[in-house]
Design a protein. Sequence first.
Length: 113
Amino acid sequence: QVQLVESGGGTVQPGGSLRLSCAAPDGAFGLKAVGWYRPAPGKERELVAAITSGMGINYADSVKGRFTISRDNAKNTVHLQMNSLKPEDTAVYYCKLIGGGDWGQGTQVTVSS
């Protein structure tokens, strides 16, 4: 199973920005969609943003207008630009192939004044 590697987390003040990156072994993405996830009340993890190989995109309502997901198929990377961060965005963020792959270690995002 493919395990992706997350990076870019950190601590920022409310209103700040962070850019998360997700890297994969060559060819790992293929034609698969990739999602960014975080833990959520009542569920193990919620899908925050997803992008297909054809650049179709979906966002959770809680991040629409603040987060932007992008993908570079040639470089096997997916990014999550997070702006206007709120304390409730604090979480470990994971990227994973949708419908397959293993969970990685995640990257911690902390939004605090």
